[in-house]
Design a protein around this ligand. Structure first.
Ligand code: CO
Length: 183
């Protein structure tokens, strides 16, 4: 399997703090291809052997802004069992509702645009309901929870120009930890 050639923009690049714009349909072939290539890249990055061969950091999600395109599109490849993935291409998402319960990833969040260890935790809603368009322009609604809900919120933040590191207070990186459930 050949690694798709995608360029990932890193923190420090101003584009990552810009707000992405809604997409109109039909999606261009270029954007469709980029979405599929990026899912393939994410799946390969989560395979230990391939990751070692290509020197990749594992990632489960990517927003188009991380690829230099200010479009409200993100993709997720969620490994549900060994080498078996749920794939999501989410366009123009809107959070319709969110749980009051907050969670955080105990080991900390990661991002393919942030290539350094980051101390601290990010509060996320345990469950969210999101409306979005699929790659063919069909309107859909999805309810996600736990790790997948964190990934959706992380990616939706990207579309609004926000990195997970922006949500960590460097002077108090574990703020409100006792008010959230660790996952
Ligand atoms: Co990210």
């Amino acid at each position: 399997m050949e690694l798709p050639k995608i360029k990932i923009y890193e923190e420090g690049n101003k584009i990552l703090h810009q707000k992405s714009k809604d997409v109109t349909f039909p999606l261009s072939d270029e954007d469709k291809l980029l979405a599929y290539d990026t899912i393939k890249y994410l799946k390969m990055s989560q395979d230990e052997e391939i990751a070692e061969k290509y020197n990749l950091r594992a990632g489960m999600g990517m927003a188009f802004v991380q690829l230099g395109k200010l479009k409200r599109i993100f993709v997720i490849a969620n490994e549900i069992e060994d080498k078996k993935f749920e794939e999501y291409i989410i366009i123009n998402p809107k959070i319709l509702s969110q749980s009051e319960e907050l969670i955080y990833v105990g080991e900390g969040e990661g991002c393919l645009s942030v290539n350094r260890p980051v101390e601290g935790i990010v509060p996320r809603h345990a469950r969210i309901t999101v409306s979005y368009y699929d790659i063919d322009g069909n309107k859909k609604t999805i309810r996600v929870r736990e790790e997948l809900a964190v990934a959706f919120q992380h990616e939706i933040d990207h579309l609004n120009g926000i990195l997970f590191t922006d949500k960590i207070d460097p002077n108090n990186p574990y703020k409100n930890q006792d008010k959230m459930r660790e996952i």
